[in-house]
Design a protein around this ligand. Structure first.
Ligand code: ATP
Ligand code: MG
Length: 266
């Protein structure tokens, strides 16, 4: 039993990663082109941040990568598999997991129950329903909460947690899901700067420990530069730059956010 538990917990940190390959992917909403046709490869274990002004297409692109949104054209390969041809649910959740801006925790369930929901893709309906009453595999859930530094709030209602605690619970849930590619949509936008740095560091170190591929959208250029090795600037659904972080200049950032125009008007 003890051996089994150790193995189960090791599953949280198992090493695996895979590439994400987009070919001519676009997204059209009626007349609006949210994503212009784009092709790019994200290598296994890479840490990539999408930057750019509001409406630039960051969330749309992440949702396409997560399989939640179908692209209008093109293909997405995750670990050499065509995302559009994969059955939704369990198989996709083993490959890719996403942390949303609003964390998507169920407020009336405990932090632990929310974390264990990371396994739902792998469980039968009966097991899932039983887990709502009596958390199964609590050992794995508690270990994940401990890893993100909030084991003390395991039995607290998710709805009563602070923004930072909710964010950590969402990361713990992702640890339990254990996908090969981690996507995060503005993972720290609701946190104060000190908390934001800490949580981002946590996310990055979890991805690094297991060699996972990490792709996030970020509003803070400073945090993106600090924690991500590659920055992709998106504006009006088009890639404005795609460079190693240290090669992105202030001028490129001004162009991306169109600050030059604003300065000229001032
Ligand atoms: N369901 C939808 N129907 C129509 N248009 C949409 C829909 N979802 C997104 N869009 C449009 O697609 C464009 C890209 O939106 P998206 O949410 O990807 O931007 P974003 O870069 O994430 O912005 P933000 O920084 O504000 O989160 C926007 O112009 C948006 O209005
Ligand atoms: Mg967005």
């Amino acid at each position: 039993m003890a051996l089994l538990r150790t193995r189960e917990i090791e599953h949280l940190y198992s090493t695996a990663s895979c590439a994400v390959v987009l070919s001519e992917v676009s997204k059209q909403y009626g007349q609006k082109e949210a994503i212009a046709p784009l092709s790019l490869t994200i290598n296994p274990g890479e840490r990539v941040a999408f930057l750019g002004p509001s409406g630039g297409g960051k969330t749309t692109l992440l949702r396409i990568l997560s399989g939640q949104l179908e692209s209008s054209t093109g293909t997405v390969l995750l670990c050499d598999r065509d995302l559009a041809k994969m059955p939704t649910g369990r198989e996709v959740s083993q490959l890719v997991g996403m942390i949303h801006q609003q964390f998507d925790l169920v407020p009336n369930l405990s932090a632990l129950q929310n974390v264990l929901a990371g396994q739902l893709g792998e469980w039968s309906l009966l097991k899932s329903l039983v887990s709502l009453v009596w958390p199964l595999n609590r050992c794995i859930g508690l270990s994940a909460l401990a890893r993100v530094g909030v084991e003390g709030i395991a039995y607290q209602r998710a709805g009563s947690l602070s923004g930072g605690e909710q964010q950590r619970v969402a990361i713990a849930r992702l640890l339990v899901q254990n996908p090969q590619v981690i996507l995060a949509d503005e993972p720290v936008s609701s946190l104060d700067p000190a908390r934001a740095g800490e949580v981002l560091q946590l996310l990055v170190s979890i991805a690094d420990e297991a060699g996972k591929t990490l792709v996030a959208s970020m509003h803070s250029v400073e945090l993106a530069r600090e924690h991500f090795s590659r920055l992709i600037g998106l504006r009006n659904g088009a890639v404005i730059f795609d460079l190693p972080s240290h090669e992105v200049t202030e001028d490129m950032l001004h162009d991306l956010y169109d600050l030059k125009g604003l300065r000229a008007e001032a």
